[in-house]
Design a protein around this ligand. Structure first.
Ligand code: FE
Ligand code: CA
Length: 536
């Protein structure tokens, strides 16, 4: 088994490989297109980016259980006249012939084109870019964020508009796949179906990614810009928490399923090898994959990418005889407020607090980050769904882990006390509706201090659980919320400058049509330092 260092070395190796004996590799020939799952890039830094593809072995002749060499090219132009970099990447059998090629030494703040070549098969051409250099005052960033693309619930029409919006970066916040089988009773409103079983094994999850990645608009979005990714629950199982399945699967059995699901996620995402915490030797173990990472976009935004599933405590007050999420009245569930419970796990909480602290530092060696982006999978703000003085919360989101939220909010308030310009912005998904909110030190005291801004995006396709009229009746319970919309599927488009952050909420006209148009439904802005979003 290769250790992590070796894996990184292999993943970044290029020219050196030519010296190795050719017998160490599968001598394959493509028949048909081995790149039909598409190509992607991700986790951009100021001098590099991860290039991704995954070979479809059904479309290869002569492969054995050995690594396959895949050529990659990086150029300044889409015709590859002006090559910047070329080399050989390895598709490893242990990772089901996925390729994660880490580029280094690129110029900061530049667009590049890339492609893969295997024999006479050439992949599509992708466009990617590096971030501006650290310490350099980037003047603007346009990025899109999305989540929750339930296959059966709709077409990925929104990605077509997202590509047309020409973002520098796309952030995906979880539920890239849904693990369940299409119900036998073909539920009204479903627009497409599949015959795959509920995913529980590594092969099942791989098949599920292959199905989602067959969508041409999703592939186009991966070709358009680098992605930053995290996961939510459906990449493993609906509403799971750490080692606990909502079906109360025995823990060792569930952890094996989770490890398979995490591995499949890594195999299909443009993540660096460092996401495999212990390299190939860690595959299949409980802590083999880590998606928590920090990515800085020049001196403009710092993306703190969180994992809200792997390290959390079990949900509070589950339904009797069950586990998993519930909707509970706050005064009947004291566990919601138990300070020993955590959503992120204590190490990740500390990692986040430390990173936010660094964002506020001013001085000769370091300038404060204008925007600290907390990229995570669910709704941060309190959401009370019960009219009247009693409160009712959903236990699966941050409301179910109020103590973690209080610790983080207190830390943000402290940092903001030292530097009034400190401006955290939460982006999230999971809830399948748009929420624009001001994050308060105490959501139950509307007069309390505003410490951050939240833009929670709607789903790409997944159905909402709320009727709009019901949401409209809940503003009084949630005075920190500026806007709620459950009617539209889509994504959010963020235009960020050092002084102003504008989020345009994009909605698909008709999710049942692959070619549907997508258009702005609302637009909100915050000036740096003023945490309350205003309609723009
Ligand atoms: Fe979802
Ligand atoms: Ca209430």
């Amino acid at each position: 088994m290769m250790n992590r260092r070796e894996l990184i070395r292999l993943a970044t190796l290029s020219a050196g490989l030519q010296g190795l004996s050719s017998g160490a590799y599968s001598q394959v020939k493509p028949k048909g297109n081995p790149f039909k799952l598409g190509i992607a890039s991700g986790s951009p830094t100021a001098d590099g980016v991860v290039l991704w593809t995954k070979l479809v072995t059904d479309n290869l002749l002569g492969y054995s259980n050995a690594p396959i060499e895949v050529r990659f090219e990086v150029a300044n132009d889409e015709n590859f006249k002006s090559l910047v970099l070329q080399g050989t990447a390895l598709a490893l059998p242990q990772l089901d012939y996925s390729v994660h090629q880490e580029l280094r030494g690129l110029q900061a703040d530049r667009w590049y084109f890339y492609r893969f070549i295997l024999g006479d098969a050439v992949s599509d051409v992708g466009r990617t870019r590096t971030a501006p250099a650290l310490g350099s005052p980037a003047d603007k960033l346009r990025f899109a964020f999305a989540s929750c693309q339930h296959w059966e619930h709709g077409y990925y029409a929104a990605y077509r508009q997202m590509v047309a919006d020409n973002p520098d970066l796309i952030v995906f916040l979880g539920d890239y796949i849904y693990e369940s089988a299409t119900p036998r009773k073909r539920t009204a409103g479903f627009v497409r179906f599949h015959d795959l079983p509920t995913a529980t094994t590594l092969d099942d999850y791989r098949d599920r990614y292959a199905m989602h990645k067959s969508d041409p608009f999703l592939q186009a979005a991966h070709r358009a810009a680098p992605w930053i990714v995290t996961w939510d629950d459906h990449e493993v199982e609906n509403d799971y928490a750490n080692d606990l399945s909502k079906h109360l699967t025995p823990i060792p059995e569930f952890l094996a399923r989770r490890a398979a699901a995490y591995q499949a996620f890594y195999e299909h995402m443009p993540l660096p090898a460092s996401a495999l915490t212990r390299g190939l030797a860690g595959l299949g173990s409980n802590d083999g994959v880590r998606v928590t990472q920090r990515l800085r976009w020049g001196q403009l935004t710092n993306f703190h990418v969180l994992d809200c599933r792997q390290y959390r405590d079990h949900q509070a007050c589950p339904p009797p005889g069950k586990s998993g999420a519930n909707v509970v009245q706050a005064n009947q569930c004291p566990a919601l407020f138990d300070p020993n419970r955590t959503l992120l796990g204590k190490p990740q909480e500390q990692w986040l607090a430390q990173g936010l602290g660094l964002d506020t530092l001013q001085g000769a060696a370091s300038q404060a980050m204008p925007w600290s982006v907390i990229a995570q999978s669910t709704l941060y703000s309190q959401f009370d769904s019960l009219k009247g003085s009693e409160q009712r919360f959903w236990t699966d989101g941050w409301d179910g882990y109020a103590a973690t939220r209080q610790r983080l909010s207190s830390e943000m308030a402290r940092l903001g006390g030292n530097n009034a310009d400190f401006h955290p912005v939460f982006i999230g998904g999971d809830v399948h509706h748009n929420v624009v909110a001001t994050i308060k030190t105490d959501f139950n005291k509307p007069e309390s201090k505003a410490i951050a801004t939240e833009f929670c995006g709607t789903s790409m396709t997944s159905f909402s659980g709320f009727k709009q009229a019901e949401m409209d009746g809940l503003y009084g319970e949630n005075p920190h919320v500026a806007y709620m919309n459950s009617e539209k599927r889509g994504y959010a488009l963020c235009d960020v400058t050092p002084k102003l952050w504008t989020t345009t909420l994009m909605g698909v006209d008709d999710i049942t049509r692959a070619n549907s148009a997508t258009r702005p439904i609302a637009k909100f802005a915050v000036e740096r330092g003023n945490k309350t979003p205003v309609k723009a």
